[in-house]
Write a protein that binds this ligand. Structure first.
Ligand SMILES: *Cc1c(COP(=O)(O)O)cnc(C)c1O
Length: 404
């Protein structure tokens, strides 16, 4: 059998649709974020990155880098085992304490990524609680969807950010079934934010546990960077808070926080926690310093918000349509996969602006977009240059404008 031909046929289909993914090869240089070097067909060139999830530039913060280097020097590179078999290092314990404190919970548990933490926690809850039903927001991240599927628990999808629909769906379930309401705070593609309080009210009414993914919010919202639930004073109403160390904290890894019993339960029964090598101690050390810094420093968050507002105002001035939302994510809608890729290519090639096109299946077909994530280190001149570039492309491609 010619397997490569089978592979190629599907790849060709993907290319014909305009949904084939091409990675931009980036060389990040410490201390220059959001500038980086792009290695493209025409050689190396300096570009400004506009789509990084290192939202606050913490991945290049001198204290964070120093913590990683220092821990690597003192502990070496790898953890040397799973958490159970020689892999638990003091840096893991310290980081779990830091995370539990960040979210006001009794305990925390580290995973090798945010994806794995969702997959493993939902997979374990759904499969280990007899008769469990997981109520999942319609726009939940792939990692939650896969975890729920893997659990084989009954799954009920409720309308995105709609507590009334959630209420109806909960009311239809048997009173004695353990129910888990799973949702996100900041949805990363539209940048909208869940009505957490209303969702908790509905969940409480039916005795359901609440599971929130704050991956795009940790470090970014709340007086100590505890996420939207912290900002709204709702952390104690959430049973399980999940987050990543890979986005605003600028490192790598994922985690859950909750009661001591909950974390012990996942620790004891979750395959995705048990059978994998622990995070490198140096990564844990760096993440801890990043979290601790953002607990006390609000400067990064404040500056970031300013730059987001400036970018939105400039786009409005040019009549370039972008999704209105209360978060730090600025989606500019192109609504066509081929045009979306073309604009992104030209921005990189002619203007040194890097923004990755977001196509299906990350977003529904027909909602293709450029997703901008302005940070505290984007200068006013960067914003100006990028908006001018976008404006001239809007003219060239005869794209629709929004009249104010
Ligand atoms: C990125 C992301 C994850 C996964 O986190 P990683 O640490 O990158 O694996 C989980 N949930 C959401 C909503 C995400 O956007």
């Amino acid at each position: 059998m010619d397997f490569d031909a089978l592979f190629q046929r599907q790849l060709d289909d993907l290319k014909a649709e305009g949904n084939y993914r091409v990675f931009a090869e980036m060389e990040r240089t410490c201390g220059t974020h959001p500038k980086a070097v792009n290695h493209g067909p025409g050689g190396a060139r300096d570009v400004t990155v506009w789509c990084s999830n290192d939202y606050l530039g913490m991945g290049q913060h001198p204290k964070v880098v120093e913590a990683m280097v220092e821990a690597a020097r003192s502990c070496g590179t790898g953890a040397g085992g799973t958490r159970n078999i020689s892999g638990t290092n003091s840096h893991h314990i310290a980081l779990e304490k830091e995370l539990a404190d960040l979210h006001g919970k009794e305990a925390a548990l580290l995973f090798t990524s945010g994806y794995v933490s969702n997959w493993a926690a939902l997979g374990t809850l759904g499969s280990r609680l007899p008769g469990a039903v997981i109520l999942s927001d319609a726009l939940n991240h792939a990692s939650m969807i896969e975890g729920i599927r893997h659990s084989r628990a009954q799954k009920v999808i409720w309308k995105h950010n709609d507590p009334e629909d959630l209420d109806r769906k909960l009311a239809a379930l048997p009173a004695d079934a353990p129910k888990i309401v799973a949702f996100e705070s900041v949805y990363s593609m539209d940048g909208d934010i869940a009505p957490i309080r209303e969702i908790c009210d509905v969940a409480d009414k039916y005795g359901a546990m609440t599971y929130i993914d704050e991956v795009h919010a940790v470090g970014m919202y709340g007086p100590r960077g505890g996420g939207v639930a912290e900002q709204e004073g709702l952390m104690d109403r959430i049973t399980l808070i999940e987050g990543t160390l890979g986005k605003a904290f600028g490192c790598f890894g994922g985690y859950i926080t909750g009661s001591a019993a909950l974390c012990d339960f996942i620790r004891s029964f979750s395959s995705g926690f048990i059978f994998t090598t622990a995070l490198p101690p140096a990564v844990a050390a760096a993440a801890k310093v990043s979290i601790a810094h953002l607990k006390t420093s609000d400067a990064e968050r404040r500056k970031q918000r300013e730059q987001v507002e400036k970018l939105r105002a400039r786009l409005d001035a040019y009549g370039i349509p972008h999704l209105d939302n209360p978060s730090h994510i600025v989606p500019v809608m192109i609504k066509d996969p081929v045009k979306c890729r073309m604009i992104s290519d030209i921005l990189m090639r002619d203007f040194g602006v890097y923004v990755q096109p977001i196509n299906y299946p990350t977003v529904p077909k027909g909602t293709e977009r450029l997703r901008f994530t302005p940070g505290p280190l984007h200068t006013d001149a960067d914003i100006d240059h990028m908006c001018r570039a976008l404006n001239s492309l809007w003219q060239q491609c005869a794209l629709a404008r929004q009249v104010a």
